[in-house]
Design a protein around this ligand. Structure first.
Ligand SMILES: [Zn+2]
Length: 269
């Protein structure tokens, strides 16, 4: 936890205000107690006090990477990939921003492209604790493919374990929402040999020297690239790439991030 969001939490401020109003404490005693970390002096039998102010917990910094950007619009199928990525990230950003446990940041501004290395550097410079890269798939050959898959940092890298845990949280949420999980569990590793891409299921944990997606290897934090759905499949597009679909996916990513960090998600509105 390296980020800082305000010095005092709202809860902390409220508790301070309440205490200041308590008539039973002399100001000096209150100050002494606060500084000493002693909230209730021995033998004190007054009315119940508010809980001690919670220590300010630094917010988790979450890097959000909308795939493609600018002139690179990604897959062009029933709908374009780029707006699906940016819309989902916008919605996820808003969810995280409302939650005091998180500080979201983007790896690029909407409407612009960035090299993968720049995106990774941006996330690392911001001390991001995890990175989520949002993409959508397409199958222009058979147009039969559908479902969700995600690609964590592969085995043998510094952040493999954390990335796998985040991927599991996300895939579980997608599965529970009724999305088809591709492969064995919706989690796969991608490797490149020259220009050839090799995809293996996450049960294949052999450590390979081959490069994976730059966005899951380069940031100095666990990273997962999600392929939200297939833009060549009508049902996938309707359920996971429409406005409601992007919101549905964003909510699942948000809850998965909360599960990863062990925080209680805010209720959906
Ligand atoms: Zn893409």
């Amino acid at each position: 936890m390296r980020g800082r969001r305000g010095i005092y939490s709202l809860r902390g401020r409220k508790a301070w205000a309440l205490c200041a109003a308590l008539p039973c404490f002399a100001g000096t005693l209150l100050a002494a107690c606060l500084h000493a970390g002693v909230w209730e002096p021995a033998g004190f039998t007054g009315t119940p006090h508010p809980a001690p102010p919670a220590e300010s917990v630094p917010a988790h910094i979450v890097a959000l990477d909308p795939g493609h950007g600018g002139y690179d619009s990604g897959a062009n199928a029933l709908v374009q990939e780029l707006p699906v990525c940016e819309r989902t990230v916008d919605l996820l950003y808003a969810l995280l921003e409302q939650d005091a446990n998180y500080t979201p940041m983007r790896t690029r501004p909407n409407g612009e492209d960035r090299k993968i290395s720049e995106r990774a550097e941006t996330a690392t410079a911001a001390h991001a604790e995890i990175l989520l890269s949002v993409h959508a798939n397409c199958d222009t050959s058979t147009r039969q493919s559908h479902g969700f898959e995600c690609f964590p940092t592969p085995p043998g890298r510094t952040h493999s374990e954390g990335a796998m845990r985040l991927a599991q949280c996300i895939a579980q949420g997608m599965g529970e929402a009724g999305h088809r999980l591709r492969g064995e569990n919706g989690i796969r590793f991608a490797y490149y040999s020259g220009k050839h891409k090799h995809i293996v299921d996450s049960t294949d944990t052999k450590v390979r020297e081959m490069k994976s997606f730059g966005i899951v290897e380069r940031p100095d934090c666990p990273a997962v690239l999600v392929e939200q759905c297939f833009l060549t499949n009508y049902e996938d597009v309707e359920t996971w790439a429409s406005e409601e679909g992007c919101a549905r996916a964003a909510r699942i990513y948000y809850e998965a991030i909360c599960a990863y960090f062990g925080t209680e998600p805010l209720k959906s509105t």
